[in-house]
Design a protein around this ligand. Structure first.
Ligand SMILES: C[S@@+](CC[C@H](N)C(=O)[O-])C[C@H]1O[C@@H](n2cnc3c(N)ncnc32)[C@H](O)[C@@H]1O
Length: 230
């Protein structure tokens, strides 16, 4: 059961020698102090759309993957039990302060790798992954973990930038992806492996945010024996 108070619980799996931090953790250690300023309002529309698409109901157990500084946490229904996980202690520290400031007693936070979660199978009714799929090292592992911890029939909503369909834009994105990789973001991630993940039934794929440069993916989890199977 989730705690009633927001907590950050560093996971033993995350223990990492300080001399060799992962590039993602290094990137978000640097970004944490300015993250809300740079990516707060600019990406807010997509967050709001994603939360609406999740459609969390009172009593739902919700997982926010890559919760970051917790910019969306106060928008969840207070009757939901919300679990936020993130790899970056610096981002999570800010999310924790946000929970305290807003007195969000329905939220718990964990330092955890979303590619190797410490939750049991079939735990969550709803899962949101906002602007994180192109940040993790292995998006396929992330999707598999999301589907593992989701209950059969659970709704999964992803908002992310994917490789552009226009060939010229795509070429530009590929050429800058080496640089963006250094700041913890792959600008040229193809959407197909995500929407074709086995056990993920895609219901809708729509443009999101300004100029539709981001994509909102709404889907549900199909597991053997679930009512949505078939
Ligand atoms: C672009 S930020 C998005 C934050 C938040 N979802 C938002 O809407 O602003 C990406 C977040 O994913 C986290 N992240 C990256 N790799 C991760 C992983 N393997 N497991 C958990 N979180 C990860 C980063 O630390 C960062 O906080």
């Amino acid at each position: 059961m989730p705690d009633s108070n927001p907590t950050t619980q560093p996971s033993s799996k995350q223990a990492e020698p300080k001399s060799n931090p992962s590039p993602v953790r290094s990137a978000y250690r640097r970004l944490a102090p300015v993250y809300d300023w740079i990516f707060g309002p600019s990406l807010e529309k997509g967050r709001r759309t994603a939360l609406r698409a999740v459609g969390a109901l009172p009593g739902d157990s919700v997982l926010e993957v890559g919760v970051g500084t917790g910019l969306s946490l106060h928008h969840w229904d207070p009757e939901c039990r919300v679990t936020g996980i993130d790899l970056s202690p610096e981002m999570l520290g800010r999310a924790e302060k946000m929970c305290q400031r807003r007195d969000l007693e329905n939220v718990e936070l964990h330092a955890m790798d979303a590619q190797n979660m410490e939750f049991s199978d079939n735990q969550f009714d709803k899962i949101a992954a906002m602007y994180v799929v192109s940040v993790v090292d292995d998006p396929t592992a992330l999707m598999q973990e999301i589907l593992r911890v989701a209950k059969p029939g659970a709704r999964v909503v992803i908002v992310n930038h994917f490789e552009h369909r226009h060939p010229w834009v795509r070429t530009a994105e590929r050429s800058i992806s080496r640089a963006t990789g250094l700041i913890g973001f792959n600008a040229a991630l193809p959407v197909d492996p995500v929407i074709e993940t086995e056990g993920f039934r895609v219901l809708e794929v729509v443009p999101a945010n300004w100029l539709g440069y981001w994509t909102l993916i709404i889907g549900e989890v199909v597991k053997p024996g679930s009512t949505t199977e078939g």
